[in-house]
Ligand binder design. Structure first.
Ligand code: C2E
Ligand code: CA
Ligand code: CA
Length: 681
């Protein structure tokens, strides 16, 4: 608070400046147009003023890009007043209506002053244009002639620009958005509604000239717009809210989290996601029946809402599970304080149709960005924390990485991994690697997948770390090597000569047993050592260089190809690699993917290729996703490419088809010159 107060707040500065400029405009309006004020007493102008007032109180409901909006018809009548009686009368009508409406809604004085001032500026500017281009207002009928049209259009445009610009700037300051970004998000809606509202103004004046009651007819189309808008809002509300409690549903909750993440990236504050689960709700539901269960959920949702601020979101995620989003929180203590308040609110006994019930709840908390950068991760981690809170009975818990080890999914994976390896639920996908000049496929990388009966395909980034921590990495690596070599044998038997690359995890790499097992497997499947490539990451080489050197020497003696994976992400340099018996380096996909847009990434790729070649190493670029990247790498003299552009990792049969189609390096014909987009998982 104190740090904030000392700095000059741009929002305050802006509001003060607008109030001052607005004041000056009001003085000008008063001096310039005093005469026009008496026109306010003429019946038609008086009617316009009254409608401007009504418009402030009964805004039209409209529906825009999935959000509800409101449009006030006072703009129409303020503009009509300006055409018929001049800017001062218009300002008096609009500012008076606004003052009354804001006063009744008890808006803070500063907001009211800003509103009046911005109308002062808008009407003065628009009035000036009108005065310069037409002779309006005319004291006699007809109030408008066809020649006025261009001037009216110009004045309406100026009205729109001033009004939208002044208001958008204040919102952008308050929400810490960039003005352009805010305008870009909203500009079509703004233009469309302003066009409708301002465009109607001359029609109103003409209708009044024609006959005063005719103005009433204009309300028919406006009413139609309003009805359409209200219906769309109701439909959308249904789709995004829970019918029982009226709270946002899971979909809207995720959407709000997404918005909060974006604005917290800009503001630097944290967004907090909480998942709350009622303890023993199922028993209440079963013993007392659904009716009481429903009443309880409704009352719970009321209490949660009452405890939170308007800017927070509480959602019903299903059953007895609720989600809470606090879009702006300074510290994790603030988050736990709110969680504590929510629990206190729920511990107060519930009285439902004379029945007294006590319940308790468990809350899991995850903070953006420390616990996750995206909606999915934040939800998952809040869920993990909730599970831990439930188990410990402590009410609430903040996510910690340690908890992840005990999440239900992780526990299930860890529990099932051993039998998955034995029963061949762990399969291999193959991603081809091609020679950049000939486009022919020279080899594949074997990438492990767990075809899990409950979770579907689980990726290696999730289960390889589990295998390492649970001592299952040795059997996993053996299994992968076995399947990979069997596949190479099968391809050889079918005339496809390829190499296969297998990833080694840190534990496997340092496992001395590997140097015994690999020759055994090579013999078993009758595969030559040169056909097997082992991928070792840079960091594995650098943590214990002496040991790594000895291990590499043993593996290289077998005649295997050794490659350094994810090159560029660690701290090693190519100079360090000089001493080691490695043959290939794979430039990490992050550099390759950014190469086209980031000059420094392009420079890293270029110099890595040159240096590697000077050391006699071959270079693979991974993450080649586009034809441009392919061509760029070809021009840089890179040897091989791997990535989605050539193909995604594919199951064995699909990989076989692709390899046949493209041809391998050994084939004389057909030439594979064209690279097309890869398909598959
Ligand atoms: P990695 O060795 O860097 O493997 C490349 C990863 O990048 C693969 O993810 C692959 O699907 C993905 N990829 C390939 N081309 C592109 C592209 O053009 N664009 C993008 N964005 N990504 C691309 P995957 O299969 O999920 O593997 C993740 C990591 O898991 C691998 O990274 C590897 O380190 C490890 N891994 C995979 N299989 C095994 C295994 O059998 N044993 C061990 N120890 N680790 C494995
Ligand atoms: Ca790899
Ligand atoms: Ca890699």
């Amino acid at each position: 608070m104190s740090a904030r107060a000392k700095r000059l707040d741009p929002l305050d500065l802006y509001v003060t400046a607008i109030i001052l400029i607005g004041g000056a405009c009001m003085v000008w309006l008063g001096v310039d147009g005093a005469g026009g004020l008496s026109l306010l007493l003429s019946p038609e102008v008086a009617i316009f003023a009254v409608f401007a007032l009504i418009g402030e109180f009964v805004p039209l409901k409209v529906f825009t890009r999935g959000a509800e909006g409101e449009v006030t018809t006072s703009t129409t009548f303020a503009m009509a007043t300006m055409l018929a009686a001049g800017p001062l009368a218009s300002f008096v009508a609009l500012a008076g209506a606004n003052l009354l409406a804001d006063g009744i809604r008890r808006k803070p004085p500063k907001k009211v002053a800003f509103n009046i001032a911005q109308y002062g500026i808008t009407i003065a500017a628009s009035g000036l244009v009108l005065k310069a281009t037409t002779g309006l207002p005319r004291a006699h009928e007809p109030h408008l002639v066809p020649a006025d049209l261009i001037g009216i259009l110009l004045a309406a445009t100026v009205f729109f620009i001033c009004n939208t610009g002044l208001v958008a700037t204040v919102i952008a300051f308050a929400q810490r958005l960039s003005l352009w970004r805010y305008l870009a998000e909203d500009i079509f809606f703004q233009c469309a509604t302003a066009g409708l509202m301002l465009g109607l103004a001359p029609v109103v004046v003409l209708a009044a000239d024609f006959s005063l009651p005719a103005i009433a007819l204009l309300f028919l189309p406006l009413f139609a717009v309003h009805r359409g808008g209200s219906e769309a809002i109701a439909k959308e509300h249904q789709a995004l809210h829970d019918a029982l409690t009226g709270l946002p549903n899971r979909e809207l909750f995720r959407d709000r989290i997404d918005q909060a993440i974006r604005s917290s990236r800009r503001s630097g504050e944290s967004a907090v996601v909480m998942i709350m689960d009622l303890d023993h709700f199922k028993e209440i539901n079963d013993t007392l029946g659904h009716h009481h269960g429903d009443l309880l959920l409704q009352e719970v949702s009321r209490r949660l809402q009452a405890t939170l601020r308007d800017s927070d979101t509480v959602a019903r995620l299903g059953g007895d599970e609720f989600g809470v989003l606090l879009p702006r929180v300074a510290t994790s203590q603030d988050a736990t304080a709110v969680a504590g308040e929510l629990l206190v609110a729920l511990r107060e006994p519930f009285v439902l149709e004379g029945m007294r019930l006590e319940i308790d709840a468990s809350v899991g908390i995850a903070l953006h960005p420390v616990h996750g950068e995206d909606v999915e991760t934040l939800n998952q981690r809040a869920d993990i924390a909730m599970y831990s809170a439930k188990q410990s009975g402590r009410g609430y818990a903040i996510f910690e990485p340690e908890l992840d080890r005990h999440s239900p999914r992780r526990l299930a994976l860890a529990g099932g991994l051993r039998s998955a390896i034995n029963q061949s639920e762990i399969t291999l996908y193959y991603q081809p690697k091609a020679d950049l000049r000939s486009s022919r496929i020279v080899g594949v990388e074997a990438l492990a997948r767990w075809d899990h009966p409950e979770f579907g395909i689980v990726g290696p980034s999730e289960f390889v770390p589990i295998a390492e921590q649970t001592g299952l990495i040795t059997p996993l690596t053996s299994h992968v090597l076995d399947v990979a070599l069997r596949q190479i044998r099968e391809w050889s038997d079918n005339g496809l000569e390829l190499t296969i690359a297998v990833n080694l995890s840190a534990r496997s790499f340092l496992d001395t047993h590997l140097a015994v097992e690999i020759p055994r497997l090579l013999a078993r499947w009758d595969v030559r050592a040169e056909q097997l490539e082992l991928e070792i990451t840079e960091s594995m080489l650098m943590t214990d260089p002496a040991r790594a050197e000895a291990t590499l020497a043993r593996l290289s003696q077998i005649g295997l190809t050794l490659s350094v994976d994810d090159f560029g992400t660690g701290y090693s340099s190519l100079a360090n690699l000089k001493r080691l018996p490695v043959d290939v380096i794979k430039i990490d996909k992050s550099f390759v993917m950014e190469m086209a847009v980031d000059a420094s990434d392009a420079a890293i790729v270029r110099s890595t290729i040159d240096l590697a070649h000077n050391l006699g190493l071959r270079v693979v670029a991974e993450g080649v996703e586009s034809e441009d990247a392919w061509r760029q790498l070809e021009a840089l003299g890179c040897d091989y490419a791997q990535g989605y552009y050539l193909s995604r990792p594919l199951p064995a049969d699909a990989a076989t088809r692709l390899i046949r189609e493209r041809g391998t390096a050994r084939d004389a014909t057909p030439p594979a010159l064209r690279v097309v987009h890869g398909v598959g998982a």
